[in-house]
Design a binder for this molecule. Sequence first.
Ligand SMILES: [Zn+2]
Length: 484
Amino acid sequence: MEFEPVIGLEVHAQLKTRTKIFCGCSTQFGAAPNTQTCPVCLGLPGALPVLNRTVVDFTLRMALATGCTVARESRFARKNYFYPDLPKGYQISQYELPIAEHGHIDIAVDGRPQRIRIRRIHMEEDAGKLTHDPHRPVSRVDLNRTGVPLIEIVSEPDIDSPAAAGAYLRQLRSVVRYLGICDGNLEEGSFRCDANVSIRPKGSSGLGTRTELKNLNSFRFVEKAIEYEINRQKDVLLDGGAVVQETRLWDQSRNQTVSMRGKEEAHDYRYFPDPDLLPLVIDEDWIGRVRRSLPELPDARRARFVEQYGLPAYDAGVLTTDRELADYFEKCLTIFPQPKPVSNWIMGSLLGLLNARDIAIDQSPVPAAELAELVKLVDEGALSGRIAKTVFDEMAASGKTARAIVQEKGLAQISDALAIESVVHEVLAQNPAEADAYRGGKTKLMGFFVGEVMKATRGQANPKAVNELLRKVLAGSSSPRSSL
Ligand SMILES: [Zn+2]
């Protein structure tokens, strides 16, 4: 029997506001525990929440960027449960009336375009953070994170493979980062994903029992965990068993999902409208203001890079994944306006360097203007491609400019015909037998001569000029130096 997976993702994105969603406490990461709290986010009796307008602005940006319908009136509810990181005993979230619904994200998997529908986007507050001491039976709670604003983006179960789940998440992350509403940092937990996974007989339309996967803090783990879970459910069904609805954790050390707890139903939380907060009313003006403030989004920018710069779709996709990277590319073009060579250098050497050092583009040791200068030097023939790679490494290591390094080390490419020609003559004089054999018809020896000349010039001769001059000299008089 063949099965097909049905996957839906719930993403929590932490909004980059300065203050929390219902109070004026700072959201800054890394402060001493419990120093960024007040009666509101501690949930003390009588304290009243006030909605942060910027949270609504940011959520509207996301809603409009993903083609959602914005609710003119939405509501906050209380989601009741007890946990030590939740002093109020309930989380304020949107339930029945979310701010946005019915959007979508477009992805491509192996070149096949797919549209993943977004069911809803809603605002909510984060809970605190528990740290468990591994050596003693002690847990500590830090409430700095209580009340930090989140949006939850819930997809429809339109995702049909682990790779599609990865593509959807990358695109979503790209969008929140373009919008400047979330830093998209999975490791620090500001972009978190839970996956709902079920399988069904191939071609059927019903839905199987699903499990929810948590603790997925990298794109790779998301794909691996979903893959594992699909196979686990297959084994259960093929053994005649039934999949249990539950929450499972991804255990990265064992590469498997493990049962965490039975899955709650919505009614377990006893949702009800929060009496402390008025319904949120959003008028056309507000939506219009936010719509006009939207930046160019990844899809549009990718299309423009293909159209305006004539880049291959692949290059355009890589360069526009990240807004800062796309900005870097366009900054290079203001200095050296040849898109493809610049793209090659960015996708090859620069991204290789950033990956190796595990840093972001805005921390690049080689600024856009300097990279553009380097590409320009190669284009002008002042530097050979091979030596340029060495110069790039030196720029990254020392922070010096390409021109400075070339001058300092005498790396300029020798394009001067006289200089090269004298080396050509030397090489031929040192290898008279090969020169005669070449003239006798053994033209394959050209490669040997080119190699010798490059060796003699420490790789600095312009290979094109070397080829031309060798041909000219070998075709001419057999007497060395005659052409000088
Ligand atoms: Zn507070």
